[in-house]
Design a protein around this ligand. Structure first.
Ligand SMILES: [Zn+2]
Length: 153
């Protein structure tokens, strides 16, 4: 199937734009961020979705969890399985999940990233008794934050 190409595809920001689209950002907001006309970006978004690997979910069709939320939930599950969440109030867990959703929705927001990482280390460090096994489990669960592992979803 021949791929459709446009000025956005040919530009140096194509990867960043596609990453943001895949993360669920709206054409309107991305048009402002990347300084592209909304109509140009809208045309690009239409074929960019079709050109993505089959594993990717079409924009706006399904309410998918972003990769940071998935990683956050995996961390919470591991902590809970290890009995480490018993003394953590649910509000702190909810804050962590909310921040994961926020960075998925707005991955170019540096202050959100700082809050998310702080919330994560808070959860991991509560009741930290130097359990090496748990540390290893969490280490395996850790997924690179940012844009490195998109293709594997
Ligand atoms: Zn395009």
């Amino acid at each position: 199937m021949p791929k459709t190409r446009c000025t956005v595809c040919e530009s140096t920001i194509a990867v960043a734009v596609n990453d943001q689209l895949a993360a669920g950002k709206s054409v309107r907001s991305l048009a402002q961020v990347f300084d592209i006309s909304r109509s140009t970006l809208g045309r690009h978004a239409a074929h960019a979705a079709a050109d993505r690997p089959a594993a990717a979910t079409p924009i706006g069709v399904v309410d998918i969890q972003g990769r940071n939320r998935i990683a956050a939930d995996a961390t919470i599950d591991a902590l809970r399985a290890a009995g480490r969440l018993e003394s953590i109030d649910s509000a702190r867990i909810a804050t962590f999940q909310t921040l994961a959703d926020a960075v998925d929705a707005d991955p170019v927001n540096a202050s959100l990233w700082r809050e998310y990482r702080a919330a994560e280390s808070t959860l991991r460090e509560v009741n930290d008794d130097g359990n090496d096994e748990l540390t290893e489990i969490l280490g395996r669960l850790s997924t690179p934050m940012g844009d490195a592992e998109d293709k594997e979803l």
